[in-house]
Design a protein. Structure first.
Length: 313
């Protein structure tokens, strides 16, 4: 894609920037342009002056993302240090979209506020809102009050939780909007108890999940048993790993991709995988699960960009 002249910025614009090293899976092609804004005003001015025909994609730390081998057309926006502040005021926690979920959980706990469910969720607050991230029965929607976004025309505005239609692993944002911060109403708790709870969660995660492997977290959403608010109904819940196991796909491989033996809902780059290897193995798993159980697994990992160009050789 040939881009017209881009607006002047105080941050960094990098053309043809490879994205593989910015994702946990370590795969994917380049962005036409990567924009790392200096601050909120820099981001707002850029979006205001950018040709509306140029697509934009907001990227966090790439913890729940597969960038396809052909890369991403348009501008990829990656927020950095100017967007990772964490502030606590009474029982309110406001965090920049680039703040790591784990850091927010720890800082809140130190102040006697319970956002402990965020401790084991990889990624940033922007991603947690977008995906209504959750674990151990708690979800971002349970504690979110509002978010601040920059719209595609550069306007900075605040959206209440009610405007986001948050549901299991999903939310709705205005097209092209970039989340810059989120405000939470956090329940009170004893700091020592909250710290102990987070340690227990980390231990449980490390015992059951391949935390040292190249994954992007859970590959597929659990297939049933969730209310419209995103809270699990344990009486009807199915687990994605169970239906994958029942289909005989634990340990399945394609190229350098594997469905992890330790936890079969973790698609893994075992070495040398391409984005195509990972995505095609995921699609094979979906087909096998459907053939064996009639259940259609839905991707939890976001897949973006274009496939690699077909060689004529």
């Amino acid at each position: 894609m040939t881009l017209p002249s881009l607006p002047s910025v105080r941050g960094t614009l990098t053309a043809d920037r490879p994205l593989a090293d910015l994702t946990w899976m370590r795969v994917g092609g380049p962005a036409d342009v990567l924009f790392q804004p200096a601050d909120l005003d820099d981001l707002a001015d850029f979006l205001r002056d950018l040709d509306p025909a140029i697509p934009v994609f907001s990227m966090g730390v790439g913890s729940n993302l597969i960038v396809r081998d052909g890369g991403i057309r348009g501008v990829v926006i990656r927020l950095g240090r100017g967007f990772n502040a964490i502030e606590v005021d009474g029982q309110t926690v406001t965090a920049g979209a680039a703040a790591l979920d784990a850091h927010v959980a720890r800082k809140a706990a130190e102040a006697g506020l319970n956002l402990t469910f965020l401790r084991t969720i990889p990624g940033t607050i922007g991603g947690a809102v977008t995906m209504n991230a959750g674990c151990y029965g708690d979800y971002t929607a349970d504690v979110l009050r509002e978010i601040t976004v920059v719209l595609r025309d550069g306007m900075v505005t605040t959206l209440p939780k009610s405007a986001l239609n948050m549901r299991y692993r999903q939310s709705d944002l205005p097209a092209g909007a970039v989340i810059v911060s989120a405000t939470f109403d956090a329940p009170a708790g004893d700091p020592a108890d909250l710290a102990a709870r987070m340690e227990d969660q980390l231990k449980k995660r490390d015992e059951t999940q391949p935390t040292k492997d190249r994954t992007a977290g859970s590959t597929f959403r659990n297939p049933a048993g969730f209310s419209s608010t995103g809270r699990a109904d344990d009486s009807h819940e199915l687990k994605a790993w169970k239906v994958i196991d029942d289909a005989g796909m634990r340990g399945a491989t394609r190229g350098g991709a594997v469905m992890n033996v330790k936890h079969s809902n973790f698609l893994t780059n075992a070495g040398g995988a391409t984005a195509s290897d990972l995505e095609m193995l995921g699609e094979e798993v979906r087909k096998k699960v459907y053939d064996s159980s009639g259940i259609t697994l839905e991707w939890e990992i976001m897949r973006v960009g274009e496939p690699a160009p077909v060689s004529n050789k």
